[in-house]
Ligand binder design. Structure first.
Ligand code: AMP
Length: 328
C-alpha cells in the first residue's frame, strides 16, 4: 500500500475551513493508504523560538484530529519532536543542499522579510527538515496546499540527489497529493472570500451552539434578490456555499428556488445554516471535550504513534547509514 505522510501545524484550533479543506480528506485517506500524521512542533521554532505550552498545544491539536475521525490504529499520529531519528536524516540531507537553492525558496524569502532580526539557519533549512519528515518513512504521497508546493519540490530534490550521489535508488520521490481536482474553499461569513485565522472570521469546531449561531446570524447580506433568477452576489453565494456543504440537497434546492422567485428571507436562510452547522459541529465538539479531558489517553496515543514512527524511521536510517558508509 502506498505510504502517505502529512504534517500538521500546531497553531490554534481547527476551524471549518480546516475541517472541510483538509481534515475530512485525511479521515478518508486513512482507509485508502498507509497513512501517518505528525504534529510539526520543531518547525514552529523557526518562527517562534520560545514557544509556550508546547505539550499542551500538541494535545489540543491531537484531541481535535481524533475527534474529527482520525483513527490512530489506522493512521498513527505522533509528535515530531518525539522521533529524534528525523534529526539524523536532516543532517545528512543538509549536507547535500546548497545555500543558493535554499535561499531562493519563496517561503524563506517571505519569512526573512517578516522577521528580519531572526533569519535563522532553521528557517533556511525548513525544506530539508520537511524532506526528512517525509523521506524517513519513504513516503510516496504528501497531501499539500498551494503554499507547500515549492517545499515538496525541494523534498524531491533531496531524494533524487541522495539516490544520485550514493548510487542507489533508495528514496522514492514523494508526490504532491491533492484531495480532489477542485479544492473546497470555505468562505468567510464576513463577506471575505476565505475563512482563515488571520482573517479573524472563523467558526471553530470548539465553538458552542450559541457562538456558532451568533456568527452565522451576523453574516453580511444585502437588500435581497431584486429580479427572478438573477445571479447571486459573492456575499450571498458564500451563504449558499455553506448551505451546500452542511445541509441536505433538498434544503439547498428549497432556498435556491426561494432566491430565484425572490421570496428568500435571509433570516430563514441563516437560521437553517446555523441549525445544520450546530448539528454537524455538536458531536465533534463533544468528542473534542472528551479527548481533551483525558490527557492520559492523548499521551498514550501520541506515545504509540511515536513508537510506530520511530520504528519506520530507524529502519530507513539503518539503510541510509549503510548506503553512505557509516557503521550500522
Ligand atoms: P491553516 O490553518 O491556514 O494552516 O490551514 C491548514 C489547511 O487547512 C490548509 O492547507 C487547507 O488545506 C485547509 N484550509 C484552511 N482554510 C481553508 C478554507 N477557508 N477553505 C478550505 N480549506 C482551508
Amino acid at each position: 500500500m502506498e505510504k502517505v505522510v502529512s504534517g500538521i501545524r500546531p497553531t490554534g484550533n481547527l476551524h471549518l475551513g480546516n475541517y472541510f479543506g483538509a481534515v475530512k480528506s485525511f479521515v478518508a485517506m486513512q482507509d485508502q493508504y498507509d497513512c501517518m500524521f505528525f504534529i510539526a512542533d520543531w518547525h514552529s521554532l523557526t518562527t517562534h523560538p520560545k514557544p509556550e505550552n508546547i505539550i499542551s498545544s500538541a494535545r489540543t491539536i491531537l484531541a481535535e484530529y481524533l475527534a474529527c475521525g482520525i483513527d490512530p490504529k489506522k493512521a498513527p499520529i505522533y509528535v515530531q519532536s518525539d522521533v529524534k531519528e528525523t534529526l539524523e536524516l536532516y543532517l545528512y540531507l543538509n549536507m547535500n543542499m546548497y545555500m543558493g537553492e535554499l535561499e531562493r525558496v519563496t517561503t524563506f524569502k517571505e519569512k526573512a522579510r517578516q522577521q528580519p532580526d531572526n533569519v535563522n539557519a532553521g528557517l533556511l533549512t525548513y525544506p530539508t527538515l520537511m524532506a526528512a519528515d517525509i523521506l524517513q518513512h519513504r513516503a510516496h504521497k504528501v497531501p499539500v496546499g498551494k503554499d507547500q508546493e515549492q517545499n515538496m519540490e525541494m523534498a524531491r530534490t533531496c531524494a533524487r540527489r541522495f539516490n544520485h550521489i550514493y548510487g542507489e535508488e533508495f528514496f522514492p520521490e514523494p508526490q504532491n497529493y491533492y484531495f480532489s481536482d477542485k479544492a473546497v474553499k470555505i468562505p468567510g461569513l464576513d463577506g471575505s472570500g476565505k475563512m482563515g485565522k488571520s482573517e479573524g472570521n472563523c467558526i471553530y469546531l470548539r465553538d458552542d451552539d450559541k457562538t456558532i449561531t451568533k456568527k452565522v446570524m451576523k453574516a453580511v447580506t444585502d437588500a435581497g434578490p431584486q429580479s427572478p433568477n438573477s445571479e447571486r452576489p459573492q456575499i450571498i453565494e458564500n451563504l449558499f456555499t455553506f448551505l451546500k456543504i452542511v445541509s441536505a440537497p433538498d434544503t439547498y434546492q428549497y432556498f435556491d428556488e426561494k432566491w430565484n422567485d425572490c421570496t428568500l428571507r435571509y433570516g430563514d436562510l441563516k437560521k437553517q445554516i446555523a441549525a445544520d452547522l450546530c448539528a454537524l459541529v455538536g458531536p465533534i465538539r463533544e468528542r473534542i471535550n472528551e479527548y481533551s479531558a483525558n490527557t492520559d489517553l492523548l499521551d498514550k496515543i501520541a506515545r504509540e504513534g511515536a513508537e510506530v514512527a520511530r520504528e519506520s524511521a530507524a529502519a530507513t536510517l539503518r539503510e541510509v547509514r549503510r548506503i553512505i558508509g557509516f557503521r550500522v
